[in-house]
Design a protein around this ligand. Sequence first.
Ligand code: NAD
Length: 345
Amino acid sequence: MAHSSYTLAGTFAFPGMLGSIEATGCPRGARAEDRLNMRRKVTVVGAGNVGATAAQRIVEKELADVVLVDVIDGIPQGKGLDMYQSGAVEGFDMKIVGSNGYEETEGSDLCVITAGLARKPGMSRDDLLKKNEEIVADCVAKVTRYSKDLTLVMVTNPLDAMCEVARRVSKLPKNKVIGMAGILDSARMRAFIAMELNVSMQNIHAFVLGGHGDTMVPLPRYSTVAGVPITELMPPDRVEAICKRTANGGAEIVNFLKAGSAYYAPSAAAVEMVDSIFNDKRKILPCAAYLEGEYGIHGLFVGVPVVLGKNGIEKIIEIKLTAEESAALKKSADAVTELVEKLTV
Ligand code: NAD
């Protein structure tokens, strides 16, 4: 058989034998060029625990081709090549490359920012502010130079403040800068409810609002099992214990790991956002969104339920809160304000 050649466009050509066979996984019928244009491109900045796992989930779900960027020479290249090769076994055809620069990221539809320091035992997310502000500002400036019309999914902590850094540096519209936190916090709460009641997590919805920090606001009234609020399914002290464990969910894992913080659930949460946006699913998900009056909060990223679709945040959903819940949300927003006031960008 004639030797095969591989081009960046993703076409394998077998000279003199089969012509060319598309390896794009796109529908038949469209011209090859159009089919290639239909492919999505995601840049993941930070090839550490969260970034690399998110990249893997994105290609395994065939959501997009991925460019993995990191400052450490060899890490994104090695992880990218390794992941690409796993496609032969896992059966996905997305491309993934690693780089220390941003040229390869050109034309990305979406960027997941995970670059930065993670917590160590005894540290709060807020302790990461100064260093991660510098890193996030640098990454966002570079990625937006090569991709003008992209959506930013922010992961780096302290999350809500890093969303504000990204908004200021990118100058993207507010619907295009979205923070991942509430999905993770809600996933943790769902897991704890499932453990308590010994039922499937699939039947559980949980609601966590507010900033992604110690002041987050789990809402038991809106957290349900097969539509029934958990407040009707367990005594108040168990509900309270679950809310506490949820707010402390990140630290619990940091304390186990000792070096580094959680990444399986965080990457899954970020990729749920990518999926809802790319497939225009319009899922209602708790995300950090820039509020301009909603919930009485002005000019601040705070976790609230939003509709995520092809334009990023399609809608911010305002749910009715009790006086106590409103006060907790305000306290959480005040904690975010304190951090944002320390930003220098
Ligand atoms: P990690 O240390 O495993 O990975 C971070 C990576 O960022 C490293 O590979 C590092 O080399 C890279 N990096 C540093 N500076 C960079 C730069 N200027 N450009 C490109 N890459 C750079 O950490 P992790 O566990 O992947 O966590 C990443 C961030 O995500 C942390 O800030 C962590 O606190 C945060 N996080 C947030 C949530 C959330 O719910 N929002 C959940 C988990 C982790």
